[in-house]
Each structure stands twice: as structure tokens, then as C-alpha cells.
Design a binder for this molecule. Structure first.
Ligand code: AQP
Length: 340
């Protein structure tokens, strides 16, 4: 018998591993809101168990969880329509992750580039959790039988692994229980780069605050960070071919296009031949215009931590109702539990 869900169900998450950035907004949150608006069933998660795969200060983590939840809501997630909660409240994620640790192969895990990037030269001293991160991510998604997963480009390999895990589980146990998911990697802002280095991804955990625009930065700070953003000394190009050779120009023009909801070609036409000193104030203006309302709303929501906790608790209750039966059925398929 197949329990495969035919309907479309979206799942995605964000780690509370620092202040959320404009990259998290453009690469993820903005799409989360669009999917919600399209009427799709959406489950969104503050993935706190993922965050502790690298050291998090316990005194700050709880607030970071609330802060991430506030960013979801301030970006437009409606907690009546969509389910919003933090991962550690739903133990089914960790339970299914263990089963998937026993399905995924070491060879597959060894190929994960995010682990290599994050562990860097400190591989031997990295947590086992950081290595196993992708199996927990597969569990996050499949514990809801989600079918569509909106993410930025950096998560593509993890989603391919999720498909491999679902396929192997289904083959090993002669079932079609887990759906084979569709990654949703859309738009021109799927890979926003650091403001300090156009070849490095913008990350909320980057040591340099100047490398990113946080969803908490005020107008002055946004203007300062854009003014200090690294550039080359040439006028802006007029073609995508030329832009490809200029990582910093490409990144800033991409951000401009994504925030203004226009195409990169339009931005190239608008600024061809202009110097960065002329372009940057325009970029600051559109960034402040888009980000400030979110910041204001986040700050307002953060004034009432209890209400955010209640929202997360209520979301977790709804999430558990979907996830727990799926874990129980998985235990039956694996033989850990008598089939009812
Ligand atoms: N630079 C980026 N450009 C576009 N999208 C991005 N995302 C992250 N960075 C970029 C997308 O944001 C969502 C949440 O990511 P995450 O918090 O789960 O982890 P991450 O991908 O590792 O993001 P960070 O900001 O780089 O966090 P840290 O520094 O903690 O590792 C995902 O959909 C991701 O694709």
C-alpha cells in the first residue's frame, strides 16, 4: 500500500545561527511568502537542531530562535495559514533522522561540499552533527511527506541527497512511502555573495558583519555597508557576458535586480557605463525601502517574546499531528514496531 501524498506540500527551514540576512530573505523567505500566497500548504521551521551543529551560546540561542521566527512573520508568513515552529519542539525530526543515518551511505555524506566548507581545515574537530546535518535535513522534509522545498542554490546538493535517501529507503523496504521531492530554486537571487568578497557566499555566521546586510540593520548601517562593499575600479558593464567576469559588480547588480523585482538586463541597461559611486546610492535606497519595513516589524514582534513562543508552540502542535504518524509508519516499515 502506498501512503504517498499526491498533493503539493512545501517544507523549508532556516537556522537560528545568527541574524538573518538579506540573502536569507531573497534566497528563501521571499519565496516562502510567494508559495503561501499561491495557496500551497506550507510548513516552515526554525531549524535549531541544525544550528547547534556548530557552537551556539546557550544564552543567545533562545532569543535567536524567536528572532528567526519574527523574521518569518515580518517577511509575510501568516501563522494561521502556514505552520511555523522550531524544530526541537517536534521530536519526530530527530527520530526519523536516526533511521536515515542508517540508510544514507558514508560515500554520499563524504561528498557534501557544505560540510567541507564549514569544517574547513578543522575537519577532525568538527561535530558529528555537522557531518550528519544532511540526514537531519532529509528527515525535516520527509517527516511531512513534503513534495516541494524552496531553498537557495547552496542547499541543492542536500536536496539531491534527500532524493537519494527517499529512493534508497523505498527500494530497501519495497515501498513507495517517501515522496521524491522537487527542489524549488528560483529567481536571480539564489546565490547572494559576501559584500567583502564576491566569490564567497553571504552567510549570517560570517565573522565580518560588513560582509552582509542583516534584517536588523537600520538605514545608516545599510548605507554604510553598501558604501564599503568591495568593488573593482571599472565602470559598470552593459552585458551579462561582461558581468560574469566581475563577481562584485555581478553580486551588487543582482541584489539590486532582486530587490527591485526587475531583470538583470534592465539593471545593466539602466547603469551601463556608470561608476559604483553613482550606482551604490541607488542600491542603498532600494535596500532600505525593502528591508526597513521588515526590520521595524521584527523589532515590534521581539518586544513580546511570550507571544512568539506561543506562536511556535501552536505551530509545533500542528506539525506533530502530521509528523508523528509518519514516524510511526516508518517504524512499522523498518520492523521496529508491529504493523497495526
Ligand atoms: N547567500 C545566499 N544566497 C541565497 N540564499 C541563501 N541562503 C543562505 N545563504 C544564501 C538560503 O537561506 C535559507 C536558510 O539557510 P540556513 O540558515 O538553513 O543555512 P545556510 O544556507 O548555511 O545559510 P547561512 O546564512 O549561510 O547560515 P550559516 O552562516 O549559519 O551557515 C536556505 O534556503 C539557503 O539556501
Amino acid at each position: 500500500m502506498s501512503d504517498k501524498t499526491e498533493m503539493k506540500r512545501v517544507f523549508s527551514g532556516i537556522q537560528p545561527s545568527g541574524q538573518l540576512t538579506i540573502a536569507n530573505y531573497l534566497g528563501a523567505l521571499k519565496h516562502f511568502v510567494q508559495l503561501q500566497k499561491a495557496g500551497t500548504e506550507c510548513i516552515y521551521c526554525v531549524v535549531d537542531l541544525h544550528a547547534i551543529t556548530v557552537w551556539q551560546d546557550p544564552n543567545e540561542l533562545r532569543n535567536a530562535i524567536r528572532h528567526a521566527a519574527a523574521c518569518f512573520i515580518a517577511s509575510g508568513i501568516n501563522v494561521e495559514k502556514s505552520i511555523l515552529f522550531n524544530q526541537s519542539l517536534v521530536s519526530a525530526h530527530a527520530e526519523l533522522a536516526w533511521i536515515f543515518n542508517c540508510v544514507a551511505r558514508m560515500g554520499w555524506m563524504n561528498r557534501m561540499t557544505q560540510f567541507k566548507e564549514k569544517a574547513g581545515s578543522n575537519r577532525e574537530n568538527s561535530s558529528v552533527g555537522l557531518f550528519a546535518y544532511p540526514t537531519l535535513m532529509a528527515a525535516d522534509i520527509l517527516v511531512y511527506h513534503a513534495t516541494h522545498v524552496p531553498v537557495g542554490e547552496d542547499q541543492k546538493q542536500h536536496l539531491e541527497l534527500t532524493r537519494d535517501i527517499a529512493n534508497k529507503f523505498n527500494n530497501d523496504y519495497g515501498t513507495e512511502f517517501f515522496p521524491v521531492i522537487e527542489p524549488v530554486i528560483e529567481g536571480i537571487a539564489t546565490r547572494i555573495m559576501s559584500l567583502r568578497d564576491g566569490t564567497k557566499k553571504m552567510s549570517k555566521s560570517d565573522k565580518s558583519d560588513l560582509s552582509r546586510i542583516n534584517l536588523t540593520d537600520d538605514k545608516d548601517l545599510i548605507v554604510k555597508k553598501i558604501r564599503k562593499a568591495r568593488t573593482d575600479q571599472y565602470p559598470l558593464p552593459g552585458s551579462i557576458k561582461e558581468l560574469e567576469k566581475r563577481p562584485e559588480a555581478k553580486n551588487l547588480m543582482n541584489i539590486f535586480a532582486a530587490l527591485s523585482e526587475t531583470s538583470l538586463n534592465n539593471v545593466l541597461n539602466q547603469f551601463e557605463g556608470k561608476m559604483f559611486s553613482e550606482f551604490k546610492p541607488h542600491l542603498s535606497e532600494v535596500t532600505v525601502e525593502k528591508i526597513s519595513p521588515i526590520t521595524t516589524e521584527v523589532n515590534k514582534l521581539m518586544n513580546d517574546g511570550k507571544e512568539l513562543d506561543q506562536i511556535l508552540d501552536a505551530g509545533a502542535e500542528r506539525a506533530r499531528k502530521i509528523a508523528e504518524p509518519i514516524v510511526q509508519k516508518t517504524y512499522e516499515i523498518v520492523g521496529l514496531k508491529e504493523t497495526r
